[in-house]
Each structure stands twice: as structure tokens, then as C-alpha cells.
Design a protein around this ligand. Structure first.
Ligand code: DOR
Ligand code: ZN
Length: 349
């Protein structure tokens, strides 16, 4: 396989980190993810958050109802951990096949995280149970201490929280979500096979300058924020290395255009419509197209202990422009790469 090739066929991929929202926004975005991916880990930061197995099952039903007729897509549900999370409810939700994993949002770290965990020590009994039953913990890895510079919050989280967590619970499977720093790459590379990490397309494409290119750019703002160029390069190296520790997680996080273009705009980049094309561009630029399948379709299921998908998808090297805006079910959304071009297209089924 060479990287001048103009077609690549890979096993159908999964998205190990997505925000599908609820109500009108769910109707507007679900089909984009279902077109690109066979399964997705659906984040539970709704308002109110998904904190019980019953609410996760009801949310799963709403997602399935929002899919286009005949869509072949499985939402994998997560539990939003709070200080008073109940180990029994979480374990029984996992045993019943409702929960695939549980998500740790440090309180106030990001969108709808006010109910998140104020201190990991409060949920140790839950984490011990998750370790016992083999249920993965998904971590938004940023400290929320206002004294810590926003660009340092991930690195400080590693030092203050993650290092100790993996010492105390060496058997707990942890996904360090949407990593953005070379410190995170070093941490994952030196940890054992119980630690994985997702990497978004946007953190592979943009560095922090993108938020300020000629003016303030709300559509390049997400959390964790993009960092310096050297961090982006470390992420590209990790994603394209072939290491089984890294897998695809878009963190596609749609917000209405008015909520982004505001005096206090929401964090989140909506990349679902062209996510695979966006990743393929990076892998091709890094001469690593042969490793796209591992990252997109194999490392994630292997980490989660789930079967690989049977279908295949084809990407073709065709220059295509990305629209400035997408209108869908009454919502107006600005996609990642809006107004520019990507050299790949997912072939129609
Ligand atoms: O940019 C982000 N948006 N980061 C997150 O952690 C949450 C997400 C959202 O839900 O909007
Ligand atoms: Zn997210």
C-alpha cells in the first residue's frame, strides 16, 4: 500500500467518543455519525445528565428512534459519574448490557459538567467495582482549578490525578479521552495495556493559533483547548504510530451556531459529517494510510473487548469542499473544516 493511492478500503470504523445530544439536536446530528460509524460511545453530558441505567436505556431508545430508516448503527451508552454515584446501579447497568463504560467529568470542566465529580476520592468504591467487573472508565483529563492556566490543565491532571489513579487501581481500564498534549502521549506510552486514549481529528489538524487566526474563531474552540504546535505533532505521531493504545474518538460536539458565535461561546467542534475524511487526510500526510484501519477500526474494539465490525468502507481521494454551514432538522451548524477542502471522500454505500 502506498500513500499515493487514491482509494482505501478499511473495516467499518467506530467512534469511541461522541456527543449526540438530545431532542432537536439529536435529530439534526445522529445521521451523520451513523453514516460514518458502526458504533459510537455516546457521552452522557445531557441536561440533566445520564446518571442511571434507566435513563441510559431511555436515551438509547431516543437515539435509535432518531436514526434514518435502515441505519446500521449501535449506540454504546455511558454513565455520568457524580460524587454520589451508586456502584450497584452501575454494575447492574453494565451486566444488563446498558452501560458500556462510565465517564468521569471533573465538576465544571466542560459543557454540562456541573454535576461532575468534585474529587476522585469520593468515587473510589465505584471505581473499585468497575475494576472488578472490567468496566472501562472514560476520563475528561483536565483539572478545573482556576489557578491553573487553561493550557496546562491536562498536564496537571496527569500529575495530580491520573498517576495516582493507575497506581491505586492498576487493573482498571481507563480511556484518557481527547488527549491534547505530548505529556499525555508520554503518559499513555509508558502505561500498561489498561490505559488507552482517544484522539480527535481537530487536535490532529489545528494548534492553538487556529482560535485566533485574524480574529477570534469560536468554531476552533473546544475543551481541552488545542495546544502548541509541538503537542499537535506529538498527537499525529501517536495516532499514526500503529500503537494499539490510540484509537479514534471524534469528540464531535455540536452547538447551534448562535451558541458558538456569542460573547461566551460554547466549547465544542462539530466534526461528525466529515470525520473519517479528516482523519484520512492526516494519515495520508503522515504516510501512514496503512495504519488508519488499526486506529479507526481495530484498537478501540480490542481495548473494549468488543468484536471487530464485519462491514467495509471505502475512502476515495477526491477533492471536496466542506460547506460553511449545515442546515439539518431546523438546526444550523458549522462543521469542522468549514469553507475549506479535504482531499478524501467516503464513498457512498
Ligand atoms: O469541546 C467540548 N465540548 N469538550 C467537551 O469536553 C464537551 C463538549 C460538549 O459537550 O460540548
Ligand atoms: Zn467529549
Amino acid at each position: 500500500m502506498t500513500d499515493n493511492q487514491d482509494r482505501i478500503t478499511i473495516r467499518r470504523p467506530d467512534d469511541w467518543h461522541v456527543h449526540l445530544r438530545d431532542g432537536a439536536m439529536l435529530a439534526a446530528v445522529a445521521h451523520f455519525t451513523a453514516r460514518q460509524f458502526a458504533r459510537a460511545i455516546v457521552m452522557p453530558n445531557l441536561s440533566p445528565p445520564v446518571t442511571s441505567a434507566a435513563s441510559a436505556a431511555a436515551y438509547r431508545d431516543r437515539i435509535i428512534a432518531a436514526l434514518p430508516e435502515g441505519a446500521d448503527f449501535t449506540p454504546l451508552m455511558t454513565c455520568y459519574l457524580t460524587d454520589d454515584a451508586d456502584a450497584d446501579d452501575i454494575a447492574s447497568g453494565h451486566a444488563a448490557g446498558i452501560y458500556t463504560a462510565a465517564k468521569l467529568y471533573p465538576a465544571n470542566a466542560t459543557t454540562n459538567s456541573a454535576h461532575g465529580v468534585t474529587d476522585v476520592t469520593h468515587i473510589m468504591p465505584v471505581l473499585e467495582r468497575m475494576q472488578t467487573i472490567g468496566m472501562p472508565l472514560l476520563v475528561h483529563g483536565e483539572v478545573t482549578d482556576g489557578e491553573i492556566d487553561i493550557f496546562d490543565r491536562e498536564a496537571v491532571f496527569i500529575d495530580r490525578v491520573l498517576e495516582k489513579l493507575i497506581r491505586d487501581l492498576p487493573g482498571l481500564k481507563i480511556v484518557f479521552e481527547h488527549i491534547t498534549t505530548e505529556q499525555a502521549v508520554q503518559f499513555v506510552d509508558s502505561a500498561g495495556p489498561n490505559i488507552g486514549a482517544t484522539i480527535t481529528p481537530h487536535h490532529l489538524h489545528i494548534n492553538r493559533n487556529a482560535m485566533f487566526a485574524g480574529g477570534i474563531r469560536p468554531h476552533a474552540y473546544c475543551l481541552p483547548v488545542a495546544k502548541r504546535e509541538r503537542h499537535r505533532l506529538a498527537l499525529r505521531k501517536a495516532a499514526t504510530s500503529g500503537s494499539a493504545s490510540y484509537f479514534l474518538g471524534t469528540d464531535s460536539a455540536p452547538h447551534e451556531i448562535a451558541a458558538k458565535q456569542s460573547a461566551c461561546g460554547c466549547a465544542g467542534i462539530f466534526n461528525a459529517p466529515y470525520a473519517l475524511e479528516s482523519y484520512a487526510a492526516v494519515f495520508a500526510e503522515e504516510n501512514a494510510l496503512a495504519r488508519l484501519e488499526g486506529f479507526a477500526s481495530e484498537h478501540g474494539p480490542d481495548f473494549y473487548g468488543l468484536p471487530l465490525n464485519e462491514g467495509r468502507v471505502t475512502l476515495e481521494r477526491i477533492d471536496g469542499s466542506i460547506p460553511d454551514q449545515i442546515e439539518s432538522s431546523g438546526s444550523t451548524l458549522v462543521p469542522f473544516h468549514a469553507g475549506s477542502a479535504l482531499p478524501w471522500r467516503l464513498a457512498a454505500d
